[in-house]
Design a protein around this ligand. Sequence first.
Ligand code: 5AD
Ligand code: SF4
Length: 433
Amino acid sequence: MKEKVFIETYGCQMNVYDTELVKSILTKHKFSIVDKEEQAEIVMLNTCSVRDNANRKIYNRVHEIKKQNQNALIGVLGCMATNFKKDLLDNTKLKIDFIAGPDSYKQLPTLIEDLRETNEKTYDINLSEFETYSDVYPVREKGVNAWIAVMRGCNNFCTFCVVPYTRGRERSRDPLNVVEEVKRLVSEGYKQVTLLGQNVNSYKFEDFDFADLIKMVSDVEGVERIRYTSPHPKDYPTKLLKVMAERDNVCKQLHMPLQAGNDRVLHKMNRTYTKQEFLDLIAHAREIIPNVKISTDIIVGFPTETQEEFEDTVEVMNKVKFDQAFIFKYSERPNTRAAQKFPDDVSEPDKTKRIVECVELQKEHSLESNQSEIGKTHMLLIEEEFSKKNPELAVGRTDCNKVVSFLRNNNKVGDLVPVKITQASPHGLRGLL
Ligand code: 5AD
Ligand code: SF4
C-alpha cells in the first residue's frame, strides 16, 4: 500500500516547481499524491519566508491540520525549514514531524522511513553547492506552461533578503540537459516554458551564459513561448537583450526589480546599481527591444529611508512607467544583514502611506500601458477555456504578459489566436476574436 501525501505550496514559482519535483521523488518510492488533505496520511507544507509573518501562518496551519487529521504526519519543506529546526528540536508541543530544506528533497523517503521506524522527529536542512535536481523529471500540472529551474540559489546577498540563507549558493544546470527536458515538454504538448532561478540571468555553466541558454532553448522546435524569472538588473548584458529581440519565441517582457530609487538606500540594500544606472539600463533595453514591456519589484520603508529618499522611487516610477509593479512594505527577515545592522525604523503608518502612493501611481501607469494596446491585434496563448468570472469568455496572455479575455468560439487551452484589443483596465484587457 502506498502512503498518501498531500502537499500545500506557498510562495514563489520556484516553490511551485519544487513541489512538482517532490511529487516526482515521492511517487518513485512508496507514496502516492492526493488532492484532498482529509485523505492524506502525510501532509507537507512547502513554505516561503521572503516576506510577512510566515512562521505564525505555518504554526496556525499545522495546528489546524492536526485538529482535523490527528494521525497525519506533518512535514515542513522549503525556505522556512531552517527557521523551524530549532523549534522542532526544542518545542515538544510542536506538531511538526519532519523537516526538509530546499536541497534535501531526495532525502524525503528516508526521513519519513526513519521517522516511522524510530518514532523520532527527523530533519535534513543541509544546503548543497551542487544539487540542481537535473535528474528528476517533475510531475507537472497540466496546462500551457511548464516551469523549469535552470539554476538555484543566490550569491547576491541583498541586505533585506533571506533567500541566500534559505536556498544557498548559485549553481546551474548543464544546458544540454535543459534542452533535453524542453524537447520532452514540447512532445508532451506544453506550448510555453518558463525558465526559473532565484537569479535566473546569473545562469553560468562552464562557458555558457544565460543568453547562450536562451538561444539553445529557443532553437528547440515547437517551443512557442519562452519566459524567465526572476532576474537581477546586474545581469542584463547587451548580448542577452539582443537574443531577446532577435528570437520570435522569446517573450518581449523584462522584469527589472528596482527595489528603491535612492542611491543611498540602494547602496544600503547592496543592490550594486545607482538610480541613473538603472534608468540607463531601461533606456538601453527599450532601444534594443522596441515595445518591450517592463515589470518591477519595489520595497518601501527600507530601514532609514526618508520621505525625500522615497520620492526618488516615485521619480523612477514616473520616468520608467513600468507596465506592472509588485510593491511591498519592508519586512525584517531574521539573519539578514539588514536585520542585524539596521533597525526597522520606518513607522508602519509611513510604510502604509508610501505603499498606497506607489500602488495608486502604478494603477495609473498600468492603465496607460493597457490603453495603449487598444486597437492592436495580439496573438494570445489561451490559458483558460472558461473564465472563472464569466464562462462565456476565454482567457489568454499576450507575448508581453498581458491578460486578455474575449468571447470564446470553441477555443481550447493551448491555442494561439489573434485577438484585437477593445477595452482596457489597470488589471487587464478585453478583446475580440
Ligand atoms: N521585505 C519586503 N520585500 C522583500 N522582498 C524580498 N525580501 C523582502 C523583505 N525583507 C521582495 C523584493 C523581491 C521580491 C521577490 O520580494 O522586492 O524582489
Ligand atoms: Fe534576494 Fe537579492 Fe538574491 Fe533576489 S538577488 S534572491 S532579492 S538576495
